[in-house]
Design a protein around this ligand. Sequence first.
Ligand SMILES: *[C@@H]1O[C@H](CO)[C@@H](O)[C@H](O)[C@H]1NC(C)=O
Ligand SMILES: *[C@@H]1O[C@H](CO)[C@@H](O)[C@H](O)[C@H]1NC(C)=O
Length: 391
Amino acid sequence: MKLTTLLSILAAVAYSSASIVARQDIDSVAEAILANAASDNIDLTVLDFLDTVLEEISNATTLAIERRSSGRRATPSPNNIFDVHTHVVPSWYKLLVPTTGGNPTPDWTFNSHLSFMETQGIDRAVFAFSAPGPNVYVGKKLLTVALARLINEQTAAYCKANPTKFKFYAHVPLPYTAEAIVEAKYALTRLGASGIVLQSNVEGSYLGDATFTPFFDALNKFGGRQILYIHPADPVVKVKSQLVTANPTQYPAGSIEFYFETARTLMDLTLTQTIHNFTNIHYVIPHAGGAFPATVDRILKSRPQLYDSSFEVFNSRFWWDSAGPTYFHQISGLLGINVPRSQLLYGTDFPYAPAVVQPGSLAAVKSSNLFTADEKNAIFTTNAEALFGGF
Ligand SMILES: *[C@@H]1O[C@H](CO)[C@@H](O)[C@H](O)[C@H]1NC(C)=O
Ligand SMILES: *[C@@H]1O[C@H](CO)[C@@H](O)[C@H](O)[C@H]1NC(C)=O
């Protein structure tokens, strides 16, 4: 036998034994996912694309195993930006949700995300799925509950592939409040989620809705600081008991309807005193508050007894991310309502906001004359560290 042949056989054996280890690891990951779901009474098999998701989770898991076994560390770089608003879009989710906010759902891979970060000077990020998250199956509880669990397992798998770079927000299957509490507990305690993402409206109900109050109460009672990220979703109205997307303009909902969604749900959370009553909960509000800074005085004018106490909450437990081109003029709205600069965060909204718009958004913060160099550094890095902690 020629030496080269022998070597290639040995190499093949070595390679396959490595992949057997990996294979077992992956099988046990899928088994654990199914078993954990079953013990929370969640039947993942109601989703007919379950196998594809498990495959994508196992792909992410393989990546994590490879990185561990090669002992490879991310190349050290001068990057220090902490991106608190960015999304994962596995191909199975794009198939399920082909459009978002009236625009085509973008293509994305985990590796393309790493490259994006590299080009923008970003070294850490908090992942979330974008709208509609688990609310793809309006009125269908079993499917919604199962999808929320798979979404969380998927995001957790991406984070495990590179734990020094990524944290994540977990989704919960509201409007099913009891199941949402179970999911929040699982995601925060077992999957290591950093917080929970809620959408501005859940099947047409805004977040101050009394049926959701037990969720806020339960989250508040988990103790410590709990982070809620309030992401905008398409507005809907009920027409003959059907939910219909409500966009009175010819423009995609992502253009400005999302901004009004943020204002609507903050109005609801404020006037119902949800934000006042559950004092362990901190809120992250995307897009520099959307239309909220422009509307807050009008909202509170109808309830003057809540004026001061609401601003106390906004100025202590609210954090605002910059996703989208919000730094040219819009940020002045937040500064105008005296939001502390220590609670401003940087977000990219990648890949929904594509790579081409990112250098402009970055430059807008860097060249802004509203902030000192130290304040800019804090917006890029240390404010987010103060909220999310280290890695
Ligand atoms: C998993 O990775 C394999 C190999 O790269 C690829 O062919 C497959 O499409 C991936 N699966 C999913 C669900 O993305
Ligand atoms: C918050 O507490 C006030 C009483 O202080 C009560 O009137 C209000 O209904 C509560 N709201 C929620 C959402 O718990």
